[in-house]
Structure formats: structure tokens, C-alpha cells
Ligand binder design. Sequence first.
Ligand SMILES: [Zn+2]
Length: 306
Amino acid sequence: MPTIPTQAGTVFSFSAEQQQQLYLIIKHHAGILPSSDVATLCQQHDQPVDAILRACLPIAAQFAVAPISQFFVGAIVCGLDSQGEQHFYFGANVEFAQQALSLVVHAEQSAINNAWLNGAKKIIKIAISDAPCGYCRQFMNELADAQSFDILLPKQQFKLADLLPYAFGPNDLGNPYSLFNPAPQQHQFVATAELDKILLSCALSAYVPYSENYSAVKISTFANGDFYGRYAENAAYSPSLSPLQSAISQLHLAGLAMTKDVVKGIELVQTQGKENQLMVSQAVLASYTDLPALQSISLAVKPVAI
Ligand SMILES: [Zn+2]
């Protein structure tokens, strides 16, 4: 398809056909547009990264599951991996029919969670299809790069400090760490021989400075592998992202649904004595019918031997 030069003052966008092609690529990568594809798009369309990022927002919104609001939000983190490669990590809102609105996953949480779970080390930009709500501004304030990354809306650009002045954050609770800059791993689970090592590793790398409930969820599928989520806490507590919602968001970013034809099993691992995820997980799962029962496991932790 020939490239049409963008006229000054107009906003670059993909055609419906290009959007559909990109949707399939992103779905194939479970919600990620790899750096090589980002570079190719910039070159093909003779556009800077920001324009490509913004043009991808309608595609991100296609992953939204919004049975209550019918308001489909897309968000994309432009982040660097450990090699310094720049990938797009997609996110979209997830709502749970007939459950409390406070359980929903916001698009910004979904994109940040996606980047966090899939190896991003530094956030450069976050593009959002609509202005971020107060809850998401607070969620973003937990990030290590909160002072530096750009927030791109379709026609505006901000720093988080512009949108969240006089902020409350981790330091106010005496927490010197942040999401993407966690405390060194100091714990390990006791007696785990028969359990999935990826799930345990996921739980131990949860960001839980406030409750210390190292926790994670695995959603196993019949034909599409396993999806993991882990707990990401927030200094304001309420915007914390629970491990089940984290995993469900990942499943949707692969274009899958929470149905009995897809989901084979759901496993929750928590830290013995610190558990706080069982009831909230059951509330979320009550939104669905005919899914396998939640398997909940509590494990003792001990300090890593030095
Ligand atoms: Zn929000």
C-alpha cells in the first residue's frame, strides 16, 4: 500500500485494513508489538515513534472487554527491555459483569502490567486513548520512572507531575522502592517441589511492599498455554492490581476470553499468614459461568540463604 504523506496539522492514522493486520500481529505476540515491527512501521510510514504509538491506540482499544460501560480504552507503554530495545506493550480496560466496579482493570494498569510481566526495564512513554482517571494517575505514580516518562494523549502531551501535583507516593509510606525498581528478592517459598516454578517465581517477584503477600495467579488454557499475573501494590492501596486481574488482562491481550472452552484451570499462590487475595479473586470469578474452581495455595516463606 503506498504511503500517503501526512499534511501539516493532520494526525497520522492507520487504515482499517492496516489496523486489522496490526491487531493480528499484536494478538500473536500476546499484547506486544516488538521493536523490529515498531521500526518497520516508522520507516514504512515515514513517521516518528510518537505518531506510530498514537496511531496504535485504536488497536489497543480493540482488546478491551467492557460489558458494563461499553467504553473501550486503549493504552500503550513504550518501554525498553534489558537490551535497550524499544517495544510497545499494549493494554485495555477489563470489566466484570455483575461485580463491583472497583474490581475493574484500567487500560493504563493493563499496559503497565503487560510491560512489567514481559521484561520491560524502563518506561519511556505511555500513550492513552483518553485522559487518565485519578486512579490511574495514582497507579502511574508508583513507577520508578514516574518523574521522567511522557504521557501522550491523542492530541496532547504531559508529564505525570502536570496531571498529579502534590502527589502521594511510596516515599510517604517510607517505601524506598517502586514498581520497576523493587527491593532485592529476599524470600523464597518453603516446600514447593510439586508446584509450577514459573508461578512461584512470578509470585516472588510481585511488588508487595505494603502487605508482603507475595502472590500470583496462573490461568491455564486448553490450547493457548498459560497466562500469569502477579500482585502490583500501590501506596494509595486502592489502585493496587490484584494477581487474578493481572492474569485475566494478559489473557485478553492474547485475544482470548474467560470461557469454559478456553480456561482449563486457575491457580492462586499466596504467602502464608499474609493472604488477602482469595475473596477478591472469588468475587471476580463470580462474573463468569462454568469456569473450573479456583485452586488456592498458601505457602510459607523464608529468607533466602546468603
Ligand atoms: Zn483509569
